[in-house]
Ligand binder design. Structure first.
Ligand code: ATP
Length: 248
């Protein structure tokens, strides 16, 4: 479980996050949604330690990240898997080398163990047999899968996905969502996704936080989202005609 408490962040006097709190439960898909520029990426970066918030706390199973010593911070970092926007693969490395990269950097496993673990993760995401392909030789959906394999290679307790569906066709996007959900269930991971994709929210969002101009305006599950009485959120979700029609 991850708890965030009153996270605030300003850049050059401009408040981007104005005190965000929430709880992300283990084994669940937690989604932060909101329009462009509402602070989703900054919040994610504050949670994973890439940007230090001006105020607030981030608790990883009770361990206060920003009030931990270097050793504890390092231990928490090793429990995180991150799927970066666009996959962020190394173009000059093969698929297998990309997946085993965290093992090379952070473990002293033998070559055979690293190979076996990376291959296992590639199989788990449906990419058996692609070890030696280069990122330029695979599709956008496959790149996301490689990114997921790399994010889970260290067996994370916490999985963070930044816009996992960006640039994918709708069918591939659904498959990626399903894969993230399956992996979350299977390994009981605390998963946090940031997105503006309402399809993901409706498909897999078990706990959804809506951000607007640096504030959390709504929180709930995907079954109650269509009945929200928050105007800003209704405007955001019903921008999608299909959802508008479905709600009538
Ligand atoms: N390092 C930074 N320095 C200054 N301003 C920043 C920095 N990072 C983000 N911002 C500002 O913070 C605001 C929120 O940005 P953020 O990237 O979190 O939005 P977002 O909700 O993720 O948007 P999008 O969905 O378009 O990615 C924006 O106005 C952005 O310009």
């Amino acid at each position: 479980m991850i708890e965030i408490k009153d996270i605030a962040k300003a850049f050059n006097g401009k408040e981007v996050l104005k005190g965000i709190s929430g709880t992300f439960k283990q084994g669940e898909i937690n989604i932060v949604i909101g329009g462009s520029g509402t602070g989703k990426s900054v919040l994610l970066k504050c949670i994973i330690g890439l940007i230090k918030p001006d105020a607030g706390r981030v608790l990883y199973d009770g361990r206060d990240f920003y009030h931990s010593d270097a050793e504890m911070k390092q231990a928490i970092r090793r429990e995180m898997g991150v799927l970066f926007q666009g996959g962020a693969l190394f173009d000059s490395q093969t698929v297998l080398q990309n997946v085993r990269f965290p093992l090379d950097m952070l473990t002293n496993m033998s070559e055979a163990e690293k190979h076996e673990r990376a291959e296992f993760c590639l199989e788990r995401v449906g990419l058996a047999g692609t070890n030696d392909r280069m990122p330029s030789e695979i599709s956008g959906g496959m790149k996301k899968r490689v990114g997921i394999a790399r994010a889970i290679v260290m067996n994370p307790k916490y999985l963070f996905c930044d816009e996992p569906n960006s640039g994918l066709d709708p069918l591939t996007a659904v498959k990626i969502d399903e894969l993230i959900k399956e992996i979350t269930d299977e390994y009981e991971i605390t998963t946090l996704i940031i997105t503006h994709d309402m399809n993901s929210v409706m498909e897999i969002g078990q706990n959804v936080l809506f951000l607007h101009q640096g504030l959390k305006l709504w929180e709930g599950d995907n079954t109650s989202i269509a009945h929200s009485e928050v105007p800003e959120m209704n405007e955001f979700i019903f921008a999608n005609k299909l959802l508008r029609d479905a709600a009538q």
